[in-house]
Design a protein around this ligand. Structure first.
Ligand code: ADP
Length: 367
């Protein structure tokens, strides 16, 4: 009878609640106990009433609510050994021997570090008299399972992360709203969208709203004088009769020398070189919020089921798995590998190896 802890960590994303609900209910129906750990790793480090046993009814209504009801936090203490000692101690005291984490690559890295240090942490806690031999004895290893909650869709080895599709819907609704006023006044809008080092949100939003131009980190404009090239394209669209101009800029957009491309700079170009009445809209945190769309509810639920099954399958030698989705099938693959590829993609962008970055994010990528 396992005791499975669940926590959400890093940036919140719509669908995290659906994941928590699925984990709690599948755990219970598979004969396990479920524990919610509040405020991400902060709750794990603090213990006490931040770790609570959850019953079937505790997650009632979770499916359709945005954000994460059990809270999330950035926790610097967990980055230290002392923080992880406290976390390990709290897990043992609560009898929790498996943890399912829903977060980004940082959160999943932290979880795997806890797992790899586990026996050393317990030895140290016994040495320091914070745990007795008897208390620690049943906890030979800690099972970690990762689920990816991120609006950015920035994790390698999975087609989609929980929250990305909802965020894309929010962006497209906003661009549609802006488009009607842009058309009315014959204006141009430069719209900045989230995504950190990843251009997925910006690119998909541009395709889905028929934007005139898009800037993403993985494909900086290739022309030396890309400013003129963009301005010519926008002028041509206007000549074809368009009454609005929409340019989407990913927050991590860069030129080929890795200098950031800022919405304010594009705005000046549109005013001065295309002669358009131009506004900038930074969509900000509206992109994160709100009810998860059907896809994210479904994805988080299916992945939550698989996460509990992965806990039940795991042995001391199983590498920590990450639950993903590939070609519409829920997958379970080594977490460390996926995190490594994700981090290598960000490094490849920093080295101007943009093609490699795309391949690392998506092995089936073709030019
Ligand atoms: P995300 O999970 O969205 O990538 P962060 O990188 O901020 O977000 O990570 C969330 C939390 O995970 C951090 O505040 C920290 O508590 C923990 N964490 C991240 N990286 C590590 C690490 N290398 N070692 C230990 N804990 C980490």
């Amino acid at each position: 009878r396992r005791r499975i802890g669940v926590l959400t960590s890093g940036g919140d994303s719509p669908g995290m609640n659906a994941a928590v609900r699925a984990i709690v209910r599948v755990a219970i129906s598979r004969g396990c106990e479920a524990y919610a750990i509040f405020e991400g790793y902060e709750g794990l480090v603090q213990g006490g009433n931040m770790i609570r046993k959850f019953g079937w009814g505790d997650v009632r209504g979770y499916l359709s609510i945005g954000g994460t009801l059990i809270g999330t936090a950035r926790c610097n203490t967990f980055r230290t050994r002392e923080g992880r000692l406290k976390a390990a101690c709290n897990l043992v005291k609560n009898g929790i021997d498996a943890l399912i984490i829903c977060g980004g690559d940082g959160s999943l890295t932290g979880a795997d570090i806890l797992r790899s240090e586990w026996s050393g942490l317990l030895e140290e806690l016994i040495r320091e008299g914070r745990l007795t031999q008897e208390e620690a004895a049943p906890f030979t290893h800690l099972v970690i399972v990762g689920m990816v909650g991120s609006i950015d869709n920035d994790m390698s080895s999975t087609d989609l992360t929980i929250g990305a599709v909802t965020s894309l819907h929010r962006i497209c609704e906003a661009v549609d709203n802006i488009s009607s006023t842009a058309s009315s006044h014959s204006r141009a809008f430069v719209i900045e969208v989230m995504g950190r080092y990843c251009g997925w949100l910006a690119l998909m939003a541009a395709v889905s709203t028929s934007a005139d131009f898009v800037f993403i980190p993985e494909r900086p404009p290739s022309a030396d004088d890309w400013e003129s090239e963009m301005c010519e394209i926008l002028k041509r669209h206007r000549k074809l009769g368009k009454r609005k101009t929409i340019v989407i800029v990913a927050e991590g957009a860069i030129d080929k020398n890795l200098n950031p491309i800022k919405a304010s700079y594009i705005k000046e170009l549109l005013i001065n070189r295309v002669g358009l009445d131009t506004r900038v809209t930074c969509l900000g945190h509206t992109q994160r919020g709100g009810r998860p769309c059907v896809y994210d509810r479904n994805l988080a639920t299916r992945q939550g089921v698989e996460a509990v099954e992965a806990v039940l399958r795991s042995t001391a030698d199983t590498p920590s798995p990450m639950i993903g989705i590939r070609e519409n099938k829920i997958t379970c693959q080594p977490l460390v590998e996926a995190v490594k590829l994700t981090q290598q993609a960000a490094i490849a962008i920093g080295k101007k190896d943009f093609r490699r970055a795309m391949e690392l994010r998506d092995p089936e990528f073709e030019e």
